[in-house]
Design a protein around this ligand. Structure first.
Ligand SMILES: [Zn+2]
Length: 892
């Protein structure tokens, strides 16, 4: 790149200050002390990119980013400005510009190739560049395959082989879309890797394959960058009350459906994560970095995090490597004089996060957190924080990651090999030899669990003979066997186990994520040799099991309310105007000469209804819909030829309730929890294909709410007129579903008669010294644990649900069981803790508390849920309780 000396005045650095860098020589980045002027010339091009602001202001930090060993930049490689049109740090770069730049570099550089690995919900490409030396590129597939042997053939990979293998770094940026500096740094980093000439970068690229993913969350980034760029005038404003600094609801942190993608690495419910998991497992990188931002008042954080919160399933060696890598970040940031810290916050506990997920896959995850400017400039306690400054730190951490990769290469590779070598030994010592998951009760949910595990390279087998574990029967061919003696032993253990003991009582995020409980499947822990019932290895599990038993009907179809996607099927019939009914009691039918029992909640789908001028369907439509539903929703149908039943109510009697098409409104907007709302929006619209109107909470009093028969309040505050409108709508006959954060609202607006339980934390922590108070108080919070809810399955909202339902709970407010008979739809059982952390005092209080309530209010209904029923989209079991409320609220 040509050096434009006109920009030099931005630099305020004096020559002697450079010697500071010389006093901290890193293992791989030695500043050439004798040639200051040539260093200046080398540093200049990049420095200009970083810090020349678009509004002509000089930034307050010195231009001192040492890039030792770089002799020049290849002029054939376009700078970001040449492609994007602005210098990095002077505007917020929007997703299409990022993609354009990566494309442009890949087109001209023999060090860079580009892959599109997924598409976001909004249709944006997720991309990563593979950056390595041209020689490595020529044998890239060979490198990748050799690397896979570290896990798959770990016993046979020798130290001598490792000596000659490149290390793979997966460097990822800005998973939270409004933590935007990471992506800008990724652009500069790509320029640097592609264009820098000189021994340091060239040697590094010989030894390293970088998977450079500039934006983990393009939809969120688009929301955020659009906001800041269009709320800025000709000069930057650092006032935090200014519009640029205050994003509109829901902000750009999350993805399209308002999910935090940095909680999705383990459960992989979204296309962004699924694409990344494919990349991750195709390459099995040795280090994965995750660049974030934190509060403006902070400095810069890199892992290690709080040591007492390390996940015990992660081997100690991983934390030692984390420490070793940290040395390089420290040196890189020392050199440019940036402040930072480690160990005091954040943790390596929850494997759903990008910085911890690698740790359970033989890799090392590293979290970076940069104090956020959000806008181009932001008032901070110690002056003005500039976007360009934040970019610069992220860039420095990218370089120090590269340096660490080169210096620790063989250690990192050996770590992965040994991680997988140990798995069979650990499995041998572990008391559980296999998990067995039944397909019997929740076929689709069990299959979804199997698919999730397969995304992580877990091997599942058929069950080859009938088996009993802890008194529960598992039938051959109707269950999966997951032996622990396999490569992903540690990962399997960490997602299947229930955890009840903890070293620390505080958590940055949830304390548990037991997947079989989330999927509400019957499963067992087998403790003897598993080989004698392990059948064939399963290929990719597909959802199946849709069936029309008895073929084409002449009278009606019955759909049991047991399959996961039954609500999607039901919506098809209601949408078509078919007068379906729900059976309020169990009954029997003679099928093929056999008496067969059906549970309450079974849906009756008649071929004929009353002939009215409004009738929109005929028998042919019904047959077609049944076929579509069986095929696409994997639901079960039974054809019956008569409405008369041997036992229980007949199909057309008063023990049935006719169902209405739900027309759903979901409260959204400022004051409402976007995370809670997004989970329900995603559930209804994306997964169950049920339309839902997103109602802005500030317009409720002006909206015509009579259009809706179901409104969901996901939690949050409402202004008085909007509250009044919602209360009136409910009492006039609407069905209000109040999620955990809305229970208090429903209570204070006299829609629910329910009493909060009080808990006096202060009396428990009385007398403790000041520096122990936070922790002691925090120990009584519930950051996310799993409990058993005992469901009244005779209540319509409990139809089809197992009596003991695992639910995920966040928050420490509990409620008394309702006094009015029939309202206590779900109560936490006597020993409710299934997995996770809760203090003994809170656990005692939870027993017998209300977890789900259903009440009448005027002509309307109010159904309240105290748990996060669709938490992070993977709580497939408890989601059904919410969907029951949507469809069956008029049946009680
Ligand atoms: Zn973040």
């Amino acid at each position: 790149m040509e050096v434009d000396l006109n920009h030099w005045p931005i630099c305020t650095r004096e020559p002697e200050q450079v010697s500071i860098a010389r006093t901290h020589p890193s293992r791989s980045m030695i500043v050439d002390s004798g040639k200051f002027l040539s260093l200046v010339a080398r540093l200049l091009p990049l420095a200009i990119l970083i810090i020349r602001p678009s509004f002509g202001q000089a930034l307050p930090f010195p231009l001192d980013m040492p890039l030792p060993g770089v002799t020049s930049y290849d002029p054939k490689i376009p700078t970001p400005e040449e492609i994007i049109g602005h210098e990095i740090g002077t505007r917020h770069t929007v997703p299409y510009q990022v993609e354009a730049y990566f494309n442009a570099i890949a087109a001209v550089s023999d060090r860079v190739t580009l892959n599109i690995y997924a598409q976001s919900y909004e249709g944006r490409n997720l991309i990563h560049a593979i950056v390595t030396s041209p020689t490595n590129h020529a044998r890239l597939e060979e490198i990748r395959e050799a690397n896979l042997r570290l896990a798959d053939d770990s016993e046979n990979v020798t130290d001598a082989e490792i000596e000659n293998m490149p290390v793979v770094l997966y460097q990822g940026y800005s998973v939270h879309g409004n933590e935007a500096s990471g992506t800008e740094a990724a652009i500069l980093y790509l320029y640097h890797l592609a264009a820098a000439r000189g021994p340091v970068v060239e040697d590094a690229l010989d030894q390293i394959v970088v998977i450079l993913d500039p934006m983990f969350n393009p939809d969120g980034r688009d929301r955020f960058t659009d906001w800041v760029n269009r709320n800025r005038g000709a000069v930057a404003v650092s006032d935090t009350q200014d519009r640029e600094h205050n994003e509109a609801w829901p902000g750009g942190r999350t993805n399209h459906y308002w999910f935090d993608l940095n909680r999705d690495w383990m459960v992989g419910q979204h296309p962004e994560s699924r694409g990344r998991l494919k990349t991750f497992h195709a390459w099995r990188p040795h280090v994965l970095t995750d660049h974030h931002e934190m509060g403006t008042g902070s400095t810069f954080f890199f892992q290690p995090g709080i040591p007492s919160r390390n996940n015990p399933n992660t081997p100690e060696r991983t934390f030692e490597l984390t420490d070793a890598i940290a040395q390089f970040h420290a040196e890189g940031l020392d050199r440019i004089g940036s402040q930072y810290y480690t160990r005091e916050s954040f943790d390596d506990f929850f494997y759903g996060k990008g910085s911890a997920f690698p740790d359970i896959n033989g890799s090392v995850g590293i979290l970076f957190e940069q104090a956020s400017s959000r806008a181009l400039e932001r008032d901070a306690n110690d002056g003005v924080l500039h976007y360009a400054f934040t970019v610069r730190n992220q860039f420095a951490a990218s370089l120090s990651t590269l340096a660490a990769g080169a210096a620790l290469r063989t250690r990192l590779l050996t770590n992965q090999r040994d991680f997988y070598r140990e798995s069979l030994v650990l499995a041998d010592k572990h008391p559980i030899k296999a998990y067995v998951v039944s397909l019997d009760r929740g076929r689709t949910r069990a299959q979804k669990l199997a698919q999730l595990l397969q995304r992580h390279r877990v091997e599942l087998y058929e069950l080859s003979r009938d088996l009993s574990i802890d008194g529960r029967a598992y039938m051959a061919g109707e269950a999966y066997v997951i032996p622990l003696a396999q490569r992903q032993m540690r990962l399997i253990k960490s997602v299947m186990e229930r955890t009840l003991t903890y070293q620390d009582s505080l958590f940055y995020d949830v304390s548990t994520w037991t997947l079989p409980l989330a999927h509400d499947v019957d499963y067992g822990e087998y403790r003897r040799n598993a080989t004698n019932f392990k059948g064939d290895l399963l290929g990719d599990v597909k959802l199946d099991g849709g069936e029309i038993v008895g073929g084409r009907s002449s009278y009606a179809y019955l759909m049991p309310w047991n399959r996961y996607f039954a609500p999607r099927s039901l919506y098809r019939f209601l949408k078509a105007g078919v007068p379906v009914r729900v059976m309020m009691d169990r009954f029997s039918v003679v099928l093929n000469g056999n008496l067969t029992w059906f549970e309450s909640g079974t849906i009756v789908i008649p071929l004929k209804g009353r002939d009215t001028p409004l009738k929109t369907y005929d028998a042919e439509n019904v047959h077609e819909l049944v076929e579509q539903a069986a095929e696409n929703d994997h639901t079960l149908f039974y054809s019956v030829s008569s409405g008369l039943t041997p036992d229980g109510p007949d199909l057309g009697g008063s023990s049935t309730s006719s169902l209405t098409l739900p027309v759903i409104g979901l409260l959204t907007g400022r004051g409402i929890s976007s995370g809670n709302a997004g989970e329900l929006w995603h559930l209804l619209s994306e997964r169950f294909r049920i339309p839902v109107s997103l109602l802005d909470v500030s317009r409720l009093s002006r909206n015509d709410l009579s259009k809706y028969n179901v409104i969901v309040h996901p939690g949050g505050s409402l202004d008085d007129p909007d509250s009044e409108a919602l209360v009136k709508w409910t009492k006039d006959g609407g069905s209000l579903i109040a999620m955990s954060g809305a229970i208090n609202w429903a209570q204070s607006n006299d829609l629910l008669e329910i009493e909060s339980k009080s808990f006096d934390t202060d009396s428990l922590i009385q007398g403790l010294p000041y520096n122990q108070l936070d922790e002691a108080r925090g120990a009584h919070r519930i950051g996310g644990s799993i409990f058993t809810l005992s469901i009244d399955t005779t209540h319509p909202v409990g139809f089809g649900i197992n009596h003991s339902l695992p639910v995920f709970h966040i928050g420490s407010q509990f409620y008394e069981a309702p006094e009015t008979p029939g309202q206590g739809l779900g109560l936490y059982s006597d020993q409710p803790l299934l997995s996770g952390y809760i203090s003994d005092d809170k656990l005692e209080q939870l027993e017998g508390s209300a977890g789900a309530v259903a009440a009448r209010a005027g002509k309307g209904r109010v159904i309240g849920f105290m748990d996060r029923l669709s938490f992070r989209a993977y709580w497939h079991g408890s989601q059904r309780l919410f969907l029951n409320a949507v469809f069956f609220s008029r049946a009680f």
